[in-house]
Design a protein around this ligand. Structure first.
Ligand code: ATP
Ligand code: MG
Length: 308
């Protein structure tokens, strides 16, 4: 269930010199949503999040987080949010417990309050057996969990997670996402960036940023079935790599990507599928019928970028 507006961005813009890193983005995030912010390297995801967290001033436009203006009242924002920055760093020579106690202090939790908060999150995030371990010797997945636990001690209503699972193995990523989904179920609003599109499937809403602008948005299901998403077919052939080279040059092909032995090709309209098969068979590939499939998010985003 989603509710009131937790984040509101209106034409939010950030320039570095003459370079526009974030170009007038506008969006709303509602309470309890898991809002996925996707986009290639350098598209402006971290810059947007840093503005929303009150650590980077917008050049123009405005944003409110939990009702506070991020430019006018950044301290009120910072007190109420959790922010796991990209590549957020831990101290290798401090233990798990020492990290948590340090962050508890930053948020004004001392004595019994500190102990309760640390015990609670150690339990919930699954750090119990590692409390006295140095952060430097934690496996990657546990380092990320510790960084997350540090942002949760003061029970923020809004959580910003900037690539929280980068470089983490698939099983640990899944466990991390179980935690995120549980937090959202309890009413925490989450804005999260990731380059792993399997993770994007857990989000209730997605926005794709490209060159500082939002070029597609909606729930994962909506994006895959949007009328302008085109038609995606699957080709399975031992010659898929050669076929990929050919289809990429066909003018009516929006995008094509290889998934192991399967090649997904997106065209604008149904009628173009016959043209695709003809073009391939003229080059001797011997393709029969090709099934229309539900596109993956990767297909959707590749074709959104191509149609700009
Ligand atoms: N302090 C800065 N000074 C100058 N340019 C910057 C600064 N911070 C970010 N940029 C530029 O702004 C653009 C957007 O950067 P940003 O870090 O927001 O991208 P991103 O989408 O988070 O990328 P990634 O996926 O690699 O994390 C990039 O071209 C980056 O080089
Ligand atoms: Mg980034």
């Amino acid at each position: 269930m989603t509710g009131r507006t937790t984040v509101l961005a209106e034409a939010l813009t950030r320039r570095f010199g003459s370079f526009v890193a974030v170009d007038a983005v506008s969006f709303e995030i509602h309470a309890g949503e898991i809002w996925g912010f996707l986009g290639p390297n350098g598209s402006g995801k971290s810059t947007t999040i840093r503005m929303l967290c009150g650590v980077l001033e917008p050049s123009s436009g405005r944003a409110e987080v939990l009702g506070f203006d991020v430019a006018r009242d950044p301290e009120s924002v910072k007190l109420r949010i959790g922010y796991m920055s990209q590549g957020s760093s831990l101290w290798n020579d401090l233990t798990v417990d020492e990290h948590l106690r340090f962050y508890a202090g930053l948020f004004g939790l001392y004595g019994a309050q500190e102990r309760e908060a640390v015990d609670e999150w150690v339990g919930r995030i699954g750090l119990g057996e590692r409390r006295s371990q140095l952060a430097g010797s934690l496996p990657g997945g546990f380092r990320k969990r510790l960084a997350l636990a540090c942002t949760l001690l003061h029970r923020p209503q809004m959580l910003f997670l900037d690539e929280p699972t980068a470089g983490v193995d698939p099983l640990s990523r899944r466990e991390f996402w179980d935690i995120i989904v549980r937090l959202a179920d309890e009413g925490t609003t989450v804005m999260v960036t990731t380059h792993y599109l399997d993770e994007a499937e857990h989000c209730t809403q997605l926005a794709l940023l490209y060159g500082g602008r939002i070029i597609a948005r909606g729930s994962p299901q909506m994006l895959k079935h949007a009328p302008n998403a085109g038609v995606t077919v699957e080709i399975i052939s031992p010659k898929n790599e050669e076929i990929l080279d050919v289809v990429e040059d066909l003018p009516f092909v929006r995008s094509a990507s290889l998934y192991g032995t399967s090649l997904h090709v997106t065209v604008d309209r149904d009628e173009q599928i016959a043209g695709l098969i003809t073009a391939l068979n003229e080059r001797g590939f011997g393709i029969g019928d090709v099934p229309v499939i539900t596109p993956t998010l990767e297909d959707v985003f590749a074709s959104s970028v191509k149609t700009l």
